[in-house]
Write a protein that binds this ligand. Structure first.
Ligand code: ATR
Length: 273
C-alpha cells in the first residue's frame, strides 16, 4: 500500500487528490492520496509523523512550498534554483528529498501540445513575478531560450527575479510594445482566472507565429487565449502544467511513470468547475 498526500493550509482548492487517485486506479496500484490540512506552526511535527507512518511522500502547496525547504535532507537542482519544494519523497530511512516539478510540468505541457517545439527559436516573455514565474523562468533557462524578458505590475519583484535568473525586465507599461519580437508569451499572473479581471494586454502587435501560454486553467480558455486564437496564434492552456507537474511525483512514489491523458484532464476540469 502506497501512501501519499498533499499538505497545505487551507486546502479546499487542491486538485492533487483527483489526479493521483485517478492514476492509482488506472495503473492498478493500491494506494491512498489524501488532502491533509496542516497548521503552519505544526509543519515540522506533521511531516515527521508522515515519515513515521510510512508515507512514500507528499506534495507541498500554499503556504509551505518555501517553508518546507529547511526540513528537507536533500534538495534537487530545480528546487534550489526556484527556492521552493512542491514534491517530497520520503526514502527508506525516513529522510526527506525535496524536489520541484513545476518547471518540468510547464515544459512538458508545451511539448505534449506541440511535439518538437523549438525552445531556442526566439525570445520568451513572462508576465508576472510570483512563485509560478520563478518555476517558469527556471524552465526557460534550462531549455536555453536565447532571450528571456519579464514584466510585472510591481517592477521591483520583476527586478529581483531578473537578477536571480539573469533575464531582462520590461516596464509593465511597455508590455505591448515588445510583443512584435516575441516567440513565446507566458501569463503567470492570476488575471483571467474566474472572478478576476482579464489581463489588460492587446495582442495586435504580437508576432503571428508566437505561442501564447496561459497557466490559468479555470477557465481553460482565458480571454488572453481567446484573443490569441482569434488572431491565429498557437495557444497552450494551463491545465497540462498542473497534470504534468504531478507525474514525476507519482513516478517517484510508485515507480510507474503515469500518462497525462484526456480522461484525467476531463476529471480534473470537472473538479475545478
Ligand atoms: P503565484 O505565486 O501563484 O504565481 P502570486 O505570488 O500571488 O501568485 O503572484 C501573482 C502575480 O499576479 C503577481 O505577479 C502580481 O503582480 P504584483 O507583483 O504587482 O502584485 C500579478 N497580478 C495580480 N493582480 C494583478 C493586476 N490586477 N494587474 C497586474 N498584475 C497582477
Amino acid at each position: 500500500m502506497i501512501k501519499a498526500c498533499v499538505i497545505g493550509y487551507p486546502l479546499g482548492y487542491s486538485r492533487s487528490p483527483a489526479i493521483h487517485r485517478y492514476w492509482f486506479s488506472r495503473y492498478g496500484i493500491e494506494g491512498t492520496y489524501d488532502a491533509v490540512p496542516v497548521a503552519p506552526e505544526s509543519l515540522k511535527e506533521n511531516i515527521l509523523r508522515l515519515a513515521e507512518q510510512g508515507y512514500a511522500g507528499f506534495n507541498a502547496t500554499i503556504p509551505f512550498k518555501e517553508t518546507i525547504v529547511p526540513f528537507c535532507h536533500t534538495i534537487d537542482d530545480a528546487a534550489r534554483a526556484i527556492g521552493a519544494v512542491n514534491t517530497v519523497v520520503i526514502d527508506k530511512s525516513g529522510k526527506l528529498q525535496g524536489r520541484n516539478t513545476d518547471a518540468t510540468g510547464f515544459a512538458l505541457n508545451l511539448q505534449q501540445k506541440y511535439p518538437g517545439y523549438e525552445w531556442q527559436a526566439g525570445t520568451a516573455f513572462v508576465l508576472g513575478a510570483g512563485g509560478a514565474a520563478r518555476a517558469i523562468l527556471h524552465a526557460l533557462k534550462e531549455k536555453k531560450v536565447p532571450r528571456i524578458l519579464i514584466a510585472n505590475r510591481t517592477e521591483e519583484k520583476a527586478q529581483q527575479l531578473a537578477q536571480h535568473f539573469e533575464v531582462e525586465v520590461v516596464p509593465w507599461k511597455d508590455r505591448e510594445s515588445v510583443l512584435k519580437g516575441i516567440h513565446l508569451l507566458v501569463n503567470t499572473t492570476a488575471l483571467g482566472m474566474t472572478g478576476k479581471p482579464p489581463l489588460d494586454l492587446s495582442l495586435v502587435h504580437l508576432n503571428k507565429s508566437a505561442t501564447v501560454y496561459d497557466i490559468v486553467y479555470a477557465p481553460l480558455m482565458t480571454p488572453l487565449l481567446q484573443n490569441a486564437l482569434a488572431q491565429g496564434n498557437p495557444v497552450v492552456t494551463g491545465i497540462g502544467m498542473l497534470l504534468h507537474q504531478a507525474a514525476p511525483a507519482f513516478e517517484a512514489w510508485t515507480g510507474v511513470r503515469p500518462e497525462v491523458d484526456s480522461t484525467l484532464e476531463r476529471i480534473v476540469l470537472e473538479a475545478a468547475a
